[in-house]
Design a binder for this molecule. Structure first.
Ligand code: TYM
Length: 334
């Protein structure tokens, strides 16, 4: 609880081109519930270097991501939007929490297994302890709730386990966070293989809609989406391609699958796919326009970056000092 409101923390990696999955699974929900909470939205650039990055590219993507948070509708006066690497408490708490996390727990993380398989030449210790840094992000702000897509659920579970373990030794130091998964869009699938998650790192650009895709590209990708030969717009596990398109449609227009089935009853896939493309354009086009406006205002963005890093540092230090004292680090002399 900060300033009488419950606290919310979430973050996104500044790696690759953001996809519609990131928007519908996370960013859109962030905007929807921001007013109810004291919020911290981080561009988690420290997480990004667990796989090799081009430094100039990472810097550029981090700024793009931070700007996108604002363009999506998060007012940086009310929401603390900042770069993780600007607040040293993340790394400091992560170290302490590393000492309260077991190798066995980390070994079970599916994201680690996936990434290790993908980057077999660079299975570094950071990749392995990535969930601990994520736990530090969340616990540093005493977050009550963490809105994410389904793929991050396991990381939230280990965060809770680490927090409870620490609390069982030292008393009520950390708030135990709850995961918040949105009603729709929590797992947007690839347009080319609807059994696979839509992902920034997919090599086939037709698999994903990128947040910066222009309207024609978006419509074309939707029209090319892999579906089936049932020719019925039905929300069913047996039709994963159509199910995914219904999820996208519902999430963009705040409709339910049942409403969508009724709307497209007796209509063909061609018509439905075009409607999905138009629904996506209706949410992404305004975002892209606001993004373009914001990038013109360098001083404004620099101001946001500076002020919010200070704000994040202020709140995170409160937790960090408490934790340092609990584990027995000597008091600072003032
Ligand atoms: P990242 O950067 O991979 O993804 C950012 C957010 O987007 C969601 N997401 C999706 N949702 C629905 N469908 C998809 N296809 C899809 N792809 C991605 C993710 O679930 C996530 O919410 N480890 C995190 C970043 C992180 C973090 C944190 C998140 C670091 N520290 C603390 C919350 C709290 C990650 O890699 O997300």
């Amino acid at each position: 609880m900060l300033d009488g409101k419950k606290t919310l923390f979430s973050g996104m990696q500044a790696t690759g081109n953001l996809t519609l999955g990131n928007y519908l699974g996370a960013l859109k929900n962030w905007v929807g519930i921001a007013d109810e909470y004291q919020t911290f939205y981080s561009v988690v650039d420290m997480h990004s270097i667990t796989v090799r990055q081009d430094p100039a590219e990472l810097r550029k993507r981090a700024r793009t991501l931070l700007t996108l948070y604002i363009a999506a509708g998060l007012d940086p006066e009310k929401n603390c939007i900042y770069y993780q690497s600007h607040v040293s408490g993340h790394a400091e708490l992560a170290w302490i929490l590393n000492c309260f996390t077991y190798m066995g727990e980390l070994n079970r993380m599916t994201q680690f297994k996936d990434k290790a398989a993908k980057h077999a030449d660079n299975i570094n210790a950071g990749l392995f302890t990535y969930p601990v840094l994520m736990a530090a992000d969340i616990l540093l702000y005493q977050a009550d709730v963490v809105p994410v897509g389904i793929d991050q659920k396991q990381h939230l579970e280990i965060t809770r386990d680490i927090a409870m373990r620490f609390n069982s030794v030292y008393g009520d130091v950390f708030t135990i966070p709850e995961v918040y998964i949105g009603k729709s869009g929590a797992k947007i699938m690839s347009l080319q293989d609807p059994l696979k998650k839509m992902s920034k790192s997919d090599e086939n650009p037709n698999s994903s809609i990128y947040l910066m895709d222009d309207p024609d590209t978006i419509i074309r990708k939707c029209k090319r989406a892999v579906t089936d030969s049932e020719a019925v717009v039905r929300y069913s596990e047996e039709q994963p391609g159509i199910k995914n398109l219904i999820d996208i449609y519902c999430s963009c227009l705040d409709k339910t699958p049942a409403e969508t089935e009724r709307e497209f009853d007796g209509k063909g896939y061609g018509e439905f796919k075009t409607a999905v493309g138009e629904a996506v354009v209706s949410v992404l086009k305004p975002l892209q326009d606001r993004f373009a406006d914001l990038t013109k205002n360098k001083d404004y963005l620099d101001g946001v970056i500076k002020t919010n890093a200070e704000k994040a540092a202020y709140f995170s230090n409160k937790t960090l000092r408490k934790v340092q004292k609990k584990v027995g680090f000597p008091e600072r002399i003032r």
